[in-house]
Write a protein that binds this ligand. Structure first.
Ligand code: ATP
Ligand code: PRP
Length: 232
């Protein structure tokens, strides 16, 4: 950290950004860079959960993807990045969602074992067993279709459920479709598009506006550029 950067921090309030390891961290790095922030340690190799940045008053904390809204709700982090899927399932309140960052893009879908006649099951109003990590989204989707379903909450590896008879269908995230294909499953309904959003603690936004505003602006610009590179 240069003397200049150290001086920059003087008189500023501290900002904490919550990120999860993996794709969210990796895809947020270019946005941070656009805001002049560089994370000084790699969470894949460091065991540290609080990572310094080149800005003395900005730190990144590494949490589970599903825990990001909780850290931000309680103000343990001033802001964080979380998928629309995670935000929909989270009971966290008082979060401000100012920016769709257009990162970690995928979609939520209904999938079944190859050969399972989903359309016929829906037509005859069969009571389907649905395995998913996304129980709220799944319940809402089937309720809209007027179908009664039994939802089985899972925490991962949803693709396995129809293969071993745990469920008839799954609701999961799909990007390339490779995971479905590798497990002999097919997508039968696209539920919604998913991207990750910046979530901000409302009190932090009021109390630390001066420190936060330039970062939010840079994120906004960089995410517009991600969405339509010709506008950059
Ligand atoms: P947790 O560790 O809490 O169980 P997770 O394993 O879902 O969470 P990640 O796999 O890092 O965490 O996913 C983080 C976010 O990235 C998800 O909430 C979703 O919005 C998005 N995402 C998930 N899978 C994909 C994918 N295959 N392609 C693109 N984005 C994805
Ligand atoms: C996600 C999702 C699917 C897979 C889809 O899992 O739950 O399993 O990605 O991606 P694809 O269509 O490109 O194959 P992830 O990689 O996050 O693994 P995890 O759920 O075990 O964290």
């Amino acid at each position: 950290m240069s003397e200049q950067e150290n001086k920059e921090g003087e008189g500023q309030q501290e900002l904490v950004l919550a990120l999860s390891k993996g794709r969210i961290f990796d895809e947020t790095i270019p946005l941070l860079k656009a805001a002049g922030i560089e994370v000084l340690e790699d969470p894949e190799t460091s065991r540290k959960l609080i990572l310094p940045t080149n800005k003395p008053k900005v730190r990144v904390i590494i949490v589970r993807a599903t825990d990001v809204p909780t850290y931000v709700q309680y103000g343990a982090a001033d802001f964080g990045v979380a998928g629309k899927d995670v935000l929909q399932e989270s009971g966290a309140t008082g979060l401000y969602q100012p920016i769709d960052l257009q990162i970690a893009r995928c979609h939520m879908a209904v999938a079944v074992r190859k050969g399972f006649d989903y359309e016929a099951a829906v037509r005859r109003g069969a009571r389907l067993r649905v395995a998913s990590k996304y129980v709220h989204a799944a319940r809402e989707h089937f309720a809209k279709k007027g179908l009664h379903v039994d939802i089985i909450k899972l925490y991962g590896s949803m693709e396995l459920a129809p293969l071993v008879g745990l469920s008839d269908v799954i609701v999961d995230l799909v990007s390339t479709g490779n995971t479905l294909k590798a497990n002999n499953l097919v997508e039968v309904e696209r539920i919604q598009e998913i991207t990750s959003r910046l979530v901000v603690n409302q009190a932090s936004l009021k109390l630390k506006r001066k420190e936060m505003q330039p970062i939010l602006e840079a994120f906004k610009q960089a995410s517009v550029a991600q969405e339509s590179p010709e506008k950059a």
